[in-house]
Design a protein around this ligand. Structure first.
Ligand code: ATP
Ligand code: MG
Length: 556
């Protein structure tokens, strides 16, 4: 692919439309329903809708598709706005709601009635379902299908006036009850709902259906390319039917692409809401959630998410993308940008028996081994240190190059130490190591060229900051929890572990994202952290420990 070639089939269509002069400017929209928080799937749609417009000097509307009161709320509206901004996109003065067009939509419905293209049906919801037929059986006409225009106008105006209860009547398009496309079997256009609306207040008790509202909202806004996911492909004939009937000044075109599915994750707002409502996660922004707010809180950089969906690509083929692909983008971004720090997650005390009791040395530590521009910092070194329990083994195999009884290891930016004695508690667990240091081996002095195989990280006990560190794992054990009959059966019971960690003192400053050397990338949890009790989230490990498992699972 050269730089001039469009990246995907949608960009190809759009660039062709510009070249042929069909359109002089591109207008797109991102139309979430404010009935939940946005997730990784929406990131794909956002990057596509805002991305193609930005690339071609066009415009994008952020349209809140609020045709379903009861499930929608201003909380969700605010979250959507925050998330889109954080991802790096701006709608300028083009923030709209489907509900902004309720008056127009109402007029359009009346026009359809006047044209004989819509009628008020008084069958019960159940009877309507029965009349609808099946994929293999045509539907049958409602006995109310041939009501006169006058009667329909009268009934519809009384529906609007609030004379009827929910479900008593419904306004339907008059298309074809025998159509092989079920969406064309006289779909509902307006239904009665005596319920206030998050944006329109209590002005309405009838509300337009999504399919009716969507295409017309696109037309009102001058949308040139209405990009949506494949499940709307079968709705396109209906989208076009409304435009054919009502002939708005501007005619938008719907184009579908495949949904982005991420392995070990669910991407359905309805199911994500269940996780929140049932307390399986702490909230929509729990760092284990695949929501934008969850990923933000966890510490994922927005550029990593943008890069991820760019690599995933826009296609027509359904796909399940490995979680590792997303995590790699996060690692790559943070690898360049995150300063290195030292932290001990599961502390084991080391006492340097030959180190002067009151002495504290200041070690110079590089902030980024690959980039000297990050500079250095001072690390206090003293007689008592914390190391990670994983870095010591009492009965170690020959190839274990960390610390073992009688063995030596280098403390990063410090000295070579030898383990002389292992102290255990009453339960027989190792609880302290007595070691001696070699004063000639201080890093960077070049005094001794003695080398040892292993280097481990450490934190000085008297200078350490106590912090709670949250180690996250996948929420699900199954590669495709979307497919599970009941996602509860594939929940990963150990998706969160909290450890009482010891951090080097410079971490009190609360940097954005940092790498804890040898452990992974971490960032402060801005919500739960206090100066006295800092809380860190693990953003991602340094290596992909799931890669092999995941490949196998996806090949099945
Ligand atoms: P959910 O099933 O999670 O409720 P939705 O499709 O109902 O998702 P909307 O708020 O209607 O959510 O979606 C807004 C836009 O985002 C739509 O254009 C939709 O096609 C797109 N979108 C939603 N989920 C995905 C996904 N997994 N991949 C790509 N685009 C998506
Ligand atoms: Mg939807």
């Amino acid at each position: 692919m050269t730089d001039n070639e469009p990246r995907d089939f949608i960009r190809k269509i759009i660039y062709d439309d510009l070249e042929s002069g069909k359109h002089t400017g591109i207008v797109t929209r991102f139309p979430p329903e404010p009935n939940g928080y946005l997730h990784i799937g929406h990131v794909m749609a956002i990057c596509l809708d805002f991305g193609v417009a930005a690339e071609t000097g066009g415009k994008t509307f952020l349209r809140l598709d609020d045709t379903n009161p009861g499930k929608e709320s201003p909380e969700f509206v605010q979250a959507i706005k925050d998330d889109v901004h954080w991802l790096g996109f701006d709608w300028g003065d083009r923030l709209t709601h489907a509900s902004d067009y309720f008056d127009h939509l109402h007029e359009s419905a009346i026009r359809l009635i006047e044209m004989g293209a819509a009628y008020v049906d008084s069958l019960s919801a159940e009877a309507i379902r029965e009349h609808r037929g099946t994929l293999t059986k045509p539907g049958t006409n409602s006995p109310f299908r041939d009501r006169s225009v006058e009667e329909n106008l009268d009934l519809f105006s009384r529906m609007y006036a609030g004379e009827f209860a929910d479900g008593e009547h419904v306004l339907r398009a008059k298309i074809d009850m025998a159509s092989p496309n079920m969406n064309l079997r006289d779909p509902a256009i307006y239904r009665i709902r005596h319920i206030p609306h998050q944006n329109a207040g209590d002005k309405w008790c009838i509300y337009p259906m999504y399919d009716f509202a969507h295409g017309l909202s696109d037309a009102y806004e001058g949308i040139t390319h209405s990009l949506c996911t494949l499940e709307f492909e079968d709705h396109r004939p209906l989208y076009d039917w409304f435009l054919d009937q009502l002939k708005p000044e501007h005619r938008p075109r719907q184009i579908e692409f495949s949904r982005l599915n991420l392995a070990y994750t669910i991407t359905s707002k309805r199911k994500l809401k269940m996780l929140v409502d049932e307390g399986i996660v702490s909230d929509w922004d729990d760092p284990r959630m695949p929501t934008i707010s969850g990923m933000r809180r966890r510490g994922y950089p927005p550029e990593a998410l943008r890069e991820f969906v760019k690599r995933a690509g826009v296609t027509k083929k359904d796909k399940l993308i490995e979680m590792g692909a997303l995590e790699n983008c996060v690692r790559e971004t943070l690898g360049d940008s995150a300063p290195r720090r030292m932290a001990v997650l599961r502390p084991l005390k080391v006492v340097l028996t030959n180190y002067p009791e009151d002495q504290v040395e200041s070690m110079e530590a590089m902030n980024h081994p690959g980039n000297p521009d990050f500079g250095t910092r001072a690390l206090p070194f003293s007689r008592e240190l914390w190391i990670d329990q994983d870095d010591f083994m009492e009965e170690a195999p020959r190839k274990f190059f960390r610390l073992k009884p009688g063995g030596e290891v280098r403390l990063r930016f410090g000295y070579i130490i030898r383990c002389d004695e292992v102290i255990k508690n009453d339960a027989g667990e190792v609880f302290e190591l007595r070691c001696s240091y070699d004063p000639d081996t201080r890093s960077g002095t070049g005094k001794s060229d003695r080398k040892v195989k292993g280097t481990i990280h450490w934190v000085s006990c008297q200078h350490a900051i106590d912090a709670s560190v949250r180690l996250y794992d996948r929420l699900f054990n199954d590669a495709n929890p979307n497919m599970a009959d009941d996602f509860h059966s594939v929940l990963n019971a150990s998706s969160l572990e909290v450890v009482a960690a010891k951090l080097e003192p410079s971490l009190a400053a609360g940097d954005d994202a940092v790498q804890f050397e040898r452990l992974g990338y971490f960032s402060v949890d801005a919500q739960d952290s206090t100066p006295d009790a800092p809380v860190f989230n693990r953003i991602v490990t340094l290596r992909d420990s799931w890669a092999k498992l995941e490949k196998q699972a996806l090949q099945k």
